[in-house]
Design a protein around this ligand. Structure first.
Ligand code: HPA
Length: 278
């Protein structure tokens, strides 16, 4: 279990190694980590150099923070994230988010690869997350609550910040990148879902499914960060097409969509900076 002091210590290390905190941090999903490599004047800090920090084991995930400039705007990227299916406790997934908050980051932009449940979607599409459904049975806030971090019972009714969503929609529109908006359902994984589970998710109102993001979002909401989430639909979810789902396909499609993804994220960051949303 991490303490308030563990969070403060790790945040101090980020400040020492990466300089002052940017307003906005990015969590890069499967196959989208290349964005961090394109940052200018970058400095990085490996997760393994931070006492107590989890480490990434998932394919397509490096394990470091990279701070740098995206078209002149300072940003911090988490290149590599943690998933409960790797064996991490949900509270371990909350730790990096809390460290970012303690460091001074106020907006968290989370990205992921996801399976399309909505049959109007196609592989390669982007979806702005407007809400989520937690089907994992896990929650990073289970256990003792430290009121210095956040409240025992945080409100979840507007977690995916409406103003930031509007900004993201406008940004996508202005550069001609399609952006759906929908509900993301979190499955624990690591097996992909069955067709019956995907049917259930659709009936419940999900538009996309994945194995990440929700624990970080809950932790971010708890400690008072503003959240924006973008999914790259890498495949149609189980049972929609008569073909198996593979991790290779997920990585190949997200890698193919990196250029548009990078363009969209850069514009979102620039507009957040210009409009001083933080
Ligand atoms: N299911 C769960 N997670 C995913 C999928 C999927 O179909 N595609 C990419 N991540």
């Amino acid at each position: 279990m991490y303490t308030f002091e563990d969070i403060q210590l790790a945040a101090a290390l980020l400040r020492e190694r990466l300089g002052d905190a940017p307003a906005c941090a990015l969590v890069l999903g499967s196959g989208l980590g290349g964005f961090a490599e394109a940052l200018e004047h970058s400095v990085s800090l490996n997760y393994r150099d931070i006492p107590g920090f989890p480490f990434s084991t998932a394919p397509g995930h490096a394990g470091r923070f990279v701070a740098g400039l995206a078209e002149g705007v300072k940003v911090l990227a988490m290149q590599g994230r943690f998933h409960c299916y790797e064996g991490w406790h949900a509270s371990q997934i909350a730790f990096p988010v809390r460290v970012l908050r303690a460091y001074g980051v106020r907006i968290l932009l989370l990205t992921n690869a996801a399976g399309g449940v909505n049959t109007d979607f196609s592989p390669g599409d982007f979806m702005l997350i407007k809400d989520h459904i937690n089907l994992s049975g896990r929650n990073p806030l289970v256990g003792a609550n430290d009121e210095r971090i956040g409240p025992r019972f945080p409100d979840m009714s507007k977690v995916y910040d409406p103003a930031l969503r509007r900004l993201a929609r406008d940004a996508a529109h202005s550069i001609g990148i399609g952006l759906h908006e929908g509900v993301y359902a979190w499955f624990l994984g690591p097996s992909f879902e069955t067709p019956a589970e995907i049917h259930m998710a659709r009936v419940l109102g999900a538009d996309a499914v994945g194995m990440s993001t929700v624990p970080e979002v809950i932790a971010a909401a708890h400690c008072g960060m503003r959240v924006l989430g973008i999914s790259c639909i890498t495949n149609m979810a189980a049972g929609i097409l008569d073909q198996p789902i593979t991790a290779e396909e997920v990585l190949a499609i997200s890698a193919r969509r990196q250029p548009d993804f990078a363009a969209l994220v850069k514009l979102i960051l620039a507009r957040i900076d210009a409009e001083q949303y933080a």
